[in-house]
Design a binder for this molecule. Sequence first.
Ligand code: HEM
Length: 457
Amino acid sequence: MPVDLDNAQPLAWDSATLDPDTREMLDNLQPNILRAHVREHLSALFIRFNDASDGRRFLREVAATSMKSARRHLEEVREFARSGRSGTPYVGIGVSKAGYRDLGHSVEELRLFGDRVFRDGMKRRVGEVHDPAVTEWEAAYQREIHVVVLIGDAEAAPVARLREQILGMLPDSARVLGEETGRGMRNPAGDGIEHFGYVDGRSQPLFLADEVEREPRKRWNPAFPLANVLVADPFAPSADRHFGSYFVFRKLEQNVRAFKEIERELADALGLTGADRDRAGAMLVGRFKDGTPVTAKAKAGGGAVANDFTFDADDGARCPFSGHIRKTNPRFEGIRHVLMARRGQTYGERTDQPWDESPPETRPSAGVGLLFMAFNSSLENQFEFTQRDWADNADFLNPATGHDPVIGQGERDIKVTFPRVWGRPEQSLPQAQVSQTVTMLGGEYFFMPSLAYLRTL
Ligand code: HEM
């Protein structure tokens, strides 16, 4: 039975009755797509080949020596839950359009990729998503990147070892154009956070039955069909069993000092005092720092980070329409196909504690940020749609509600209002939108092929 990507039932991957095609799909799929792989320590290597057969040999060798399948990853996670035994590191490979061409695939063959945005590459899409001009990107990203190799683990040492090993396999004809080092950050509750200090990575489309079953799901259904992230790998032997995923990588620098100043100014402008001051930032992000959704509660706190909520009963008096999580997932039925699997990681060293109440002046204004990464079945209809039609669109859902204050790009020329009191209709005086504090420094679109493809290279 060919794998049905549209099946609304989450995948019971360890069921004894799993059909052989689905099993083969999982045996040939890269990990980290259907379920996040631990990657507290992450190295991302950006490589350019200059010889097709050398490039093919390198990818084949990395796949044979260092990559595990999605099914192996899931088994390791199960084993860890049972016995505490740690799994093996994650190695992922993404190939850009230019990379496929350099590996010897013809222009006709490349048309087999249904996503035209992937076929264009990120550099040709800057106008669409209001990115800075390519000449302003960091030098490595201005070059033609063929492949990204991701190496991740809970500990630093296995990543360092594997990185050396993989670099050792690199042919003389290839070049490492650039490298990013990701480093997870956690708050005192142990939740992963991003540099502005907010819990991140909580809301995800879930594809596996064991993950879905653990979630409260009265209001928001976290279960998604595989079609949100998987497409047939056009160059693998079987279109029914060998799948891949489009992967977006963006280096997003965060000006933490400016964001913290904005939180303070907004709290002042709204006359918020005491613990209520935290609501200023919560209205920008849509969640308080500890992850509490501002549509559900006026104050932070109250246990595990909630994800079982919608905005149905909120006309903007609790969570503004512009709030980052409302922009990027408005949580109504017709938009579920837009959601991607986010797998980002923070980068940059800090000496301060991102979650505490230290004044903005002590915060970094550059050198730290998010390596935004996400798996898509359509870059055009998921990542780009989210960025352009939602985050960068001041009229999204309701006219003149403003850009996404976290990731919005493009002219912020209208004025906006915020609710003065949580849940009440009184709005603040119109004020300029908050300025942009996240800057895209470069990136690329990749396809994460099936292992079946990499093995046959
Ligand atoms: C959720 C921060 C970039 C899409 C979140 C959350 C935070 C956050 C704190 C809440 C945690 C959660 O619900 O999981 C940031 C920061 C960014 C950034 C600081 C840049 C430096 C992006 C980009 C996109 C994006 C570029 C897509 C274009 C999303 C989505 C969610 C989310 C889809 C989940 C919304 C939901 O399902 O409720 N982000 N984000 N983020 N973000 Fe971002």
